[in-house]
Design a protein around this ligand. Structure first.
Ligand SMILES: [Ca+2]
Length: 259
């Protein structure tokens, strides 16, 4: 299924596509505000039985913006089914947040049992840390989470996306902070491939009051050859320091002649 989505302004929350055959399960999601533009989305649906498609969106209690969907197209092979499918069971409702105050989420202080309010904030040292990142790419490149269920290895990589503009692959954390002077961001990165110009990776902060801040860090060029995978990983430490306002950390990557 191909569709175009418009997710604009602080009012826009998240958009999810679900498939209902014998169960209901999500097959695609996109969160956050992407700007005042239509962004193409490609949703892959694989099902052995007749199914229905559900589109679910949430808006926040703010003044402007919203979510819209247009130009939905299904593959030519799709056929209308006369069968009635029945759900075997309904999905479990989401857990109630352990605290009501959103300011206490991802503020680096555990407020809930098992620090549940701090576990999905982008910090990979938590089991669910990697799920704290939201891909906000609008163009032909996006960030994808790689997960190896055997080795438990997880990392993000940039791959081809459905968008039509040549714009940066972007991924961001939820709102974090405030922070103290010792606040540091550390990560490993690798830029490899057969192209001479492998592109540029950078880190920026989006301040909740001041908006997008200048680059804190950047790297251009290869970190190593593709065949020596281990050696290609480099380590970076970036001082985030004191930040009084809540903020998001954002990774940008741009390759001009990709694919
Ligand atoms: Ca907290």
């Amino acid at each position: 299924m191909v569709m175009y989505t418009h997710q604009f302004g602080p009012r826009s929350g998240g958009l999810t596509v679900l498939v209902a055959d014998r169960l209901i399960y999500p097959v695609w999601e996109r969160g956050g505000a992407l700007g005042d533009l239509w962004v193409k989305a490609e949703v892959e649906i694989v099902s052995n039985s007749p199914f229905q498609i559900l589109i679910m969106a949430a808006i926040r209690d703010f003044d402007y913006g919203g979510i819209a969907v247009d130009s939905i197209m299904l593959s030519p092979e799709c056929r209308l089914s006369s069968e009635n499918s029945t759900l075997e069971k309904l999905p479990n409702p989401p857990k109630h947040p352990c605290i009501d105050d959103p300011e206490k989420m991802c503020d680096f202080h555990p407020d809930c049992a098992d620090a549940e309010d701090e576990t999905q904030c982008g910090d990979f040292s938590y089991a669910e840390g990697s799920s704290g990142w939201t891909d906000t790419s609008i163009g032909s490149q996006g960030w994808i989470l790689y997960k190896n269920s055997t080795t438990k290895a997880e990392y993000f990589y940039v791959a081809e996306a459905a968008g039509q503009q040549l714009t940066e692959a972007q991924t961001r954390t939820p709102l974090l902070g405030p922070t103290g002077p010792a606040c540091n961001l550390s990560f490993d990165f690798a830029l490899t491939g057969s192209l001479d110009h492998i592109g540029e990776l950078s880190v920026r902060v989006i301040d909740s009051l001041l908006g997008l801040r200048p680059k804190l860090w950047e790297y251009s060029g290869k970190t190593g050859a593709e065949e020596e995978e281990e050696a290609a990983w480099h380590h970076a430490d970036i001082l985030l320091g004191v930040r009084k306002n809540r903020f998001q950390v954002k990774f940008h990557y741009l390759l001009l002649n990709l694919f």
